[in-house]
Design a protein around this ligand. Structure first.
Ligand SMILES: [Zn+2]
Length: 203
């Protein structure tokens, strides 16, 4: 007997992402190249209306092979956990058939994001198995420019990553991140674009 309770949920990328990534090389060698792609996706994502100005990619750390991309799909997916990091990590894990991206015999994987993860994605990144995290920046600018709430992050978040074998690299194309956040903030001011969960949550 079924009670008709929901049985499944999924997170899918918006259709435009395939178009935007069509010409991207299979390997992104430098941190700069990796972050440039993240910024391009983030800048387009909020204009397409799918979610906030956030994107992430998973690459093989050493070879630069692009494994997956993610954008914030909270609005298009109708799901609060649909942040860019969760989307990119989940797609990478499904593609590789491994919940642990740092499992035995696997190359080291890297998550590249256009700001320090929020409190949800902090946990998601810790449990993902990635060996390195690259962020365009961290600090109060994101919340100030966009109005998003990153949650009660621990002040020693980077140290906690390092302690678990995840190296942290900051300040890669930081100015580009701030420009995208400022553009988003201007759009919100002008058109009243949705900053979802106004009760104080979630990038
Ligand atoms: Zn997040």
């Amino acid at each position: 007997m079924t009670r008709g309770l929901p049985q499944e949920f999924s997170i899918a990328l918006p259709a435009w992402v395939a178009e935007e990534t069509a010409g991207v090389p299979t390997h992104l060698r430098s941190a700069d190249d990796r972050m440039a792609l993240v910024h391009r996706l983030a800048a387009r994502n909020f204009r397409e209306g799918g979610g906030g100005p956030f994107a992430a990619i998973v690459v093989e750390r050493d070879s630069g092979r692009l494994v997956s991309v993610g954008v914030n799909v909270v609005l298009s997916g109708g799901i609060s956990v649909g942040h860019a990091e969760v989307t990119a990590l989940g797609l990478a894990q499904r593609a590789l058939g491994a919940w642990d991206l740092g499992g035995a015999g696997m190359p080291a994987h890297e998550l590249v994001v256009n700001w320090r993860p929020c409190i949800q994605c902090y946990g998601a990144t810790l449990w993902s198995g990635v060996r390195s995290l690259v962020v365009a920046g961290d600090g109060p600018e994101l919340e100030r420019l966009t109005g998003f709430d990153e949650g009660p992050m621990v002040p020693d978040w980077a140290e906690q990553f390092e302690r678990r074998g995840i190296t942290v690299t900051r300040d890669v194309r930081r100015d580009d991140a701030l420009r995208t956040f400022a553009d988003y903030g201007a759009l919100v001011a002008e058109h009243g674009a949705t900053v979802y969960n106004a009760r104080g949550g979630g990038d």
